[in-house]
Structure formats: structure tokens, C-alpha cells
Design a protein around this ligand. Structure first.
Ligand code: AVJ
Length: 323
């Protein structure tokens, strides 16, 4: 009898933590000083589509630069990963980059994309499964910043993490170390391939998060639209301005939503007043130097190996073996 596609069975492993957490975290974040919201809440179906649009923007260099590195160095990367690997991707989104990796790998044993945006993930995983019928693809809908149960690793396979896009930059450096340590436990000693955006000219960073077409602004504001729809929040997204800047001493892009007027958000029986200029901090995106990132990986228990960059040294891909 034919085995059902792994894709169909893994729907059972979905976790709902991301949804139930939004109400609590939205209210808690508005009550905090300064006001803040975790960037994982950007990624409802509309937000995931807006993020895909960001990746194609002329100003947003990380995605196309990382894809260029993956293409140019795929043989070296495949040699580091080795044959028979089961790849676990954290925050898989539209699963585009994994295709380059799967094409280069020697007899991959499976692919587990994890993403918080269920609809988006399942559509992407189904399309990927059609193109790679021989590779078991088992999507897991969930929040990879929380403990998560993964499908089993096939006998004889070794698990390798794939964390592209510099998504690690969303963590505070201490939390990045904690995340990498946990990932190492889930990977049972396997290695990790990770994309890290590099410290560079602030003007280029600024442009990447302040695109002329206003897509990043829409992405930022979408979290308010989501609160209207999912939590019944009374608020006016268009009265919040997108504000993104490079905080050079802390080596991070900060994104905020800045109130343009005196206004009130009413949500779940609570009221939050804003005066003009009050902000809601929605994202940090940390940048690293190659040496600083390798040091961070070491303190998380990895042994940094090869590092691949584009010729401008805008972006880096790192192979982290286990110590
Ligand atoms: C998905 C976290 C890597 O920080 O560049 C893009 C998200 N925010 N534009 C990034 C994002 C605004 C992105 N990461």
C-alpha cells in the first residue's frame, strides 16, 4: 500500500500557541513601557505575503544576496552538510531557499519546515512536495521561539538546522544564544546552516527598511490590521506611521509604529491612550560582524566552520558544527 504523503499526516502536529498568545501579548505589550510587540505577530497570511513582497524589493538586499551565495557555494555547503541529512528549517515562509539546498544535497533524508503562518506554510509545502516527490516533507505549524515537538528523524539520518534570512537578528543576542542552544538539542548533535546579515553602511540598512514603495510600512502596520480582525481591537492603523532606523551603537534596525495623533486603542476591555509621537516597538533586526557572530555561535555550543559571503560582504552564511 502506498504510504500517505508525509505532508498530509503532519497536519496533526500543528500547534496553536501562536494564535492564543496574540491576545495576551498584544494587551501586555500595550501596557508595557515602552510599548512593544513581538515580531512573530507580523506573520498572519497577509503579513507573510507582504514579507514575500519585501524580499523582492530593490532596496531589500538580504534575500537576493543570500540566494546568490546559496547558488554560488551550494557544492561546498552540501559537502559540509553531508549525505542523508534531514533538514529542519526554522521560519520557513515560502520555502524558496530550500530548493537550492535540496538540489545540491546528496540523498537528503527529509525536510521539516517550521513556520508560524499555517495557511502559507501548507500551500508552500504542498508545492514543494510536488516538485520533490522522493523527499518526505513534514511541515510543522508552530512558534519556533517556544519548545516544539518535531517528527521523528529517520534511522541513520542526521538532523541539520537551516535558519536563513538573518531571522536570528530578531532575537536579543542573549536570546539568540538560548535559541541556538535549544536548536542544538532538537538537532541531536547535527549542525546548523545559518544566514546572518552583516554590519554595513547605515544608509544601505536604512533604505532596506524604508522602501520607496511603502511595502515595509504596510508590513509593519499589518499587525494593527490583524489586531482589528482577530481581537476586535478598535484602532486606526492609518494613524500610525512606520518608523525604522538603524541604531548604530546597538547594531540593530528598530521598527516602530508612531502615533500621528491623540488616539485610543480599545481592545479586550482595555483602553490605551496615545499622544502624538508615542511609539509601539514592533521589531529589532540585529546585524553582526562575522567575528562577533562566530563568537556568539561558540558561546551557544557550536564550532563555527566555513563562512560564505557575497563579494560586497553584505550578507553571510555560516556552517556551525557541534563542538
Ligand atoms: C525576517 C527578521 C529577517 O529583519 O530583515 C524585513 C524582517 N522586517 N523588513 C528582517 C523584516 C522588515 C526580516 N527578518
Amino acid at each position: 500500500m502506498d504510504r500517505p504523503p508525509a505532508y498530509a499526516t503532519s497536519r496533526l502536529t500543528r500547534s496553536h500557541t501562536a494564535h492564543s498568545g496574540f491576545a495576551r501579548d498584544f494587551v501586555e505589550g500595550l501596557a508595557a513601557h515602552p510599548r512593544r510587540l513581538a515580531p512573530k505577530y507580523f506573520y498572519d497570511t497577509a503579513g507573510s505575503a507582504l514579507f514575500d513582497h519585501i524580499c523582492a524589493l530593490p532596496e531589500y538586499y538580504p534575500t537576493r544576496t543570500e540566494i546568490g551565495i546559496l547558488r554560488a557555494c551550494s557544492e561546498d555547503i552540501a559537502a559540509c552538510i553531508g549525505p542523508g541529512a534531514q533538514i529542519v528549517e526554522f521560519g520557513a515562509g515560502s520555502v524558496l531557499k530550500i530548493r537550492l539546498l535540496l538540489d545540491a544535497l546528496h540523498s537528503p533524508a527529509g525536510f521539516i519546515p517550521i513556520d508560524i503562518s499555517g495557511e502559507h506554510l501548507h500551500a508552500a509545502a504542498a508545492a514543494l512536495q510536488r516538485d520533490y516527490p522522493a523527499i518526505p516533507i513534514e511541515p510543522v505549524v508552530g512558534d519556533f521561539t517556544a519548545p516544539i515537538t518535531l517528527p521523528a528523524c529517520p534511522a541513520g539520518a542526521r538532523r541539520v538546522g537551516f535558519f536563513p534570512g538573518s531571522s536570528l537578528g530578531n532575537f536579543e543576542p542573549d536570546d539568540a544564544i538560548r535559541f541556538l542552544r535549544h536548536a542544538a538539542e532538537n538537532l541531536h548533535g547535527g549542525g546548523m546552516l545559518i544566514g546572518i546579515d552583516l554590519v554595513k553602511d547605515p544608509a544601505r540598512l536604512h533604505a532596506a527598511y524604508n522602501d520607496a514603495a511603502g511595502v515595509t510600512a504596510a508590513f509593519n502596520r499589518n499587525v494593527l490590521v490583524r489586531a482589528q480582525r482577530e481581537l476586535g481591537a478598535e484602532l486606526a492603523p492609518e494613524r500610525f506611521a512606520h518608523y525604522a532606523f538603524y541604531n548604530a551603537p546597538l547594531r540593530r534596525i528598530e521598527m516602530h509604529l508612531v502615533s500621528e495623533t491623540s488616539q485610543r486603542i480599545v481592545v479586550l476591555g482595555r483602553r490605551f491612550d496615545f499622544t502624538p509621537g508615542d511609539t509601539l516597538h514592533t521589531e529589532n533586526s540585529y546585524k553582526y560582524t562575522i567575528d562577533d557572530f562566530r563568537e556568539l555561535a561558540r558561546s551557544a555550543g557550536y564550532s563555527p566552520g566555513a563562512c560564505w559571503c557575497d563579494p560586497d560582504r553584505s550578507f553571510s552564511l555560516h556552517w556551525l558544527a557541534m563542538q
